[in-house]
Design a protein around this ligand. Structure first.
Ligand code: FAD
Length: 445
């Protein structure tokens, strides 16, 4: 089956946007990247997605798939190609009230999901920003405020509907086409366009959430104590640490530990959070009981001309002291990238290593270093950034694909360890042998 532009115009019920159209300027860019695609196709139905895939295949042009448009490398747009923008497939529906199952269109944002679940007393393992899309975050992992209690966003996926390169619609789950189901949970957009995801959600209304800040000078001890404590902390507690935020003083910025205790029992929350308060001199503590949806922030949209360069790594238990030592030193120097460290472990580590294509289950921490600024500032800071990574490299195991702004071969190797890559490649050969879906951390068939 192949679709020409004329057929597409006749049959497509969504939007076809081309250069010169009034909608083009906005439709050609994502949150973090400006593109110049030849066509932006906004399907309104699954049949439209099938037609879009068929059209894209027939043109031979590069293809980009866009969920919420937040990819750091700008995978959701391209130059002179076809963009399939899933923004109109954004329904969020609780389809099984007893089993707490929600079906979500890939163009929905996590804010929409949280707002739909709240009246049902439910919440979901997602990321921590409202504006980020369900599609990209889930297919790459999904590390948010419930990660230690309920696992990654992708660990909560029960089934997915996928339009593959032939245009065929496939339902993938543990019972149906399980190798594709394995691959899409961590293998990103390599295998087709996901048109719906069904997730398990969890009963939650209020949680304890907030920031506990310490002076910058205490960074080294706070970081080491924080990581050591998280190793034995209850899974109800998920926590992150941020250093060297340039908007809060750079090297002088307080060390900000954010916590979520996923429950509303004040005594249990205090028992879980107090050891963090004991790590140093607390200069701010706003932890309070809030509706679970209030743990999601809006998510930044950088103004035009501002670039974001981000690189991430996973840290196993043995390397935690070395990595945190290097990060504390880095954060103390003017011009440091922002350093954000997330606790993982917990429920993530209890899933079998080969159960999904997300391959970094035994890591205790995931961290990202991020430079933000106009191009000359990024260029000036690049040597320092690379020098930090040269020091970190021997201690870091792999990278989190969702927090990488580049897509070199070395990045792909870091996201998918060799055994995972080998298995992903076999699935790719079966479902996308022509590599139609190549605008991603690409598995080469
Ligand atoms: C402000 C901000 C906050 C973030 N916070 C978190 C966080 O808390 N936790 C976390 O884990 N990550 C976080 N991330 C990273 C985020 O997971 C990735 O940027 C992710 O790619 C965003 O998904 P998206 O759908 O918005 O992006 P898009 O750019 O739309 O998608 C990225 C890529 O995913 C693939 N894709 C997306 N949807 C589909 C689909 N339906 N079918 C097939 N392929 C698809 C495509 O290859 C696409 O190009 C954050 C990013 C930003 C910018």
């Amino acid at each position: 089956m192949s679709t020409t532009l004329d057929t597409l115009r006749r049959e497509f019920s969504g939007d076809i946007i081309e250069p010169g159209d009034t909608a083009y300027e906005l439709a050609s860019r994502t949150v973090l990247a400006q593109g110049t695609p030849a066509y932006v196709l906004r399907p309104a139905t699954v049949a439209d997605v099938q037609a879009a895939v068929s059209f894209a295949g027939a043109t031979g042009l590069p293809v980009a798939v866009r969920g919420g448009g937040h990819s750091f490398p700008g995978f959701g747009t391209n130059a002179d190609g076809v963009v399939i923008d899933l923004g109109r497939l954004a329904d969020v529906e609780v389809i099984d009230k007893e089993r707490h199952v929600v079906r979500i269109g890939p163009g929905a944002t996590w804010g929409q999901v949280a707002d739909t679940l709240a009246p049902h007393g439910l919440s979901i393992s997602s990321g921590d920003s409202r504006s980020v899309g369900v599609g990209g975050l889930t297919l790459g992992g999904g590390i948010g405020w419930k990660v230690r209690k309920y696992g990654l966003a992708l660990d909560n996926v029960i089934a997915a509907e996928v339009v593959i390169a032939t245009g065929e619609v496939i339902r993938a789950s543990a019972e149906e086409v399980d190798e594709l189901f394995w691959a899409i949970r961590g293998g990103g957009g390599n295998f087709g366009v996901v048109t719906a995801l069904e997730f398990a959600t969890h009963e939650t209304t209020d949680v304890f959430f907030g920031r506990i800040a310490f002076p910058a000078a205490e960074a080294a001890t706070v970081l080491q104590g924080w990581a050591a404590y998280l190793r034995s902390a209850p899974d109800d507690l998920t926590s992150t640490v941020e250093l060297a935020n340039p908007f809060a003083g750079g090297p002088e910025a307080p060390v900000v530990v954010r916590v979520v205790f996923d429950g509303d029992d004040p005594a249990a929350a205090a028992a879980a959070i107090d050891p963090i308060r004991g790590l140093g001199t607390v200069i701010e503590d706003d932890v309070a009981l809030v509706p679970v949806g209030a743990t999601l922030e809006e998510g930044m949209v950088p103004p035009p001309g501002i670039r974001i360069v981000t690189r991430s790594g996973f840290v196993d238990e043995a390397s935690v002291p070395d990595v945190l030592g290097i990060l504390a030193e880095t954060g103390a120097v003017e011009g440091s990238p922002v350093i954000a460290i997330r606790s993982v472990g917990g429920a993530v580590a209890r899933v079998d290593d080969d159960a999904t294509a997300y391959a970094h289950r035994q890591a205790e921490l995931m961290f990202a270093t991020t430079m933000v600024g106009p191009e000359p500032v990024i260029a000036a800071r690049r040597p320092g950034f690379d020098a930090t990574w040269a020091k970190l490299a021997p201690h870091v195991s792999g990278a989190y694909g969702n927090f990488l702004s580049s897509a070199s071969e070395a990045d792909v190797d870091a996201v998918y360890p060799s055994e995972t890559y080998r298995r992903l490649r076999a699935v790719k050969r079966e479902y996308d042998p022509g590599n139609l879906f190549a605008g991603n951390h690409n598995i080469r068939p």
